[in-house]
Design a protein around this ligand. Structure first.
Ligand SMILES: [Zn+2]
Length: 172
């Protein structure tokens, strides 16, 4: 199993997710239901289902229905689609990047902070609206703060996520 897949599975469902993935990969083409996985792993069926649904939502496994005409029975079996793991990670990194960009936008403005409590940061117009007096502790003065370090570290974080995305999109 690829390291990146293993790490992702672990993040999503711990050791159980890795165990399930190993069983699915080892038994490719065998139409395993959650019950079959439980038999092979001695994991709790509820835990197995929970993890399978999480993976299904992220397009990392698919379920199909199989019908036995003679026995008039049918069940759902699970097929791994772990090749989608890069797509999932690229999307996840994009969400992180979007959040960081919002924070960067905010941090790049001149911000004011209370000298006393440092509870909250305010853009200029808002600080002015409060007459540069902290609305939280009502004691401290709102003074402009230096965001250079914060801006720099946000930019670095965004760049590093973009690099990770690029590496993943190149991989086949
Ligand atoms: Zn304050």
């Amino acid at each position: 199993m690829k390291k990146i897949l293993k790490e992702t599975l672990h993040e999503l469902g711990g050791e159980i997710a890795i165990k399930i993935a190993e069983i699915l990969l080892k038994n490719k083409g065998k139409k395993l239901s959650a019950e079959h996985i439980a038999e092979k792993s001695e994991l709790d069926i509820k835990d197995i289902r929970k993890v399978l649904y999480i993976l299904q939502d992220l397009d990392l496994v698919k379920s199909h229905k199989t019908t036995n005409e003679k026995k008039h029975s049918s069940y759902f079996y699970w097929v791994p689609t772990f090749e989608n793991v890069n797509k999932y990670l690229i999307q996840k990194y994009q969400e992180n990047i979007d959040e960081l960009k919002q924070e960067l936008d905010f941090s790049e403005k001149v911000l004011f902070e209370c000298e006393e409590c440092q509870e909250e940061r305010y853009p200029y117009t808002e600080a002015m609206r409060h007459d540069f007096l902290c609305p939280i502790c009502k004691k401290g003065e709102l003074v402009s703060m230096n965001n250079t370090e914060k801006v720099k570290s946000l930019k670095e974080e965004i760049e590093s996520l973009k690099k990770k995305q690029k590496a993943l999109s190149k991989e086949k």
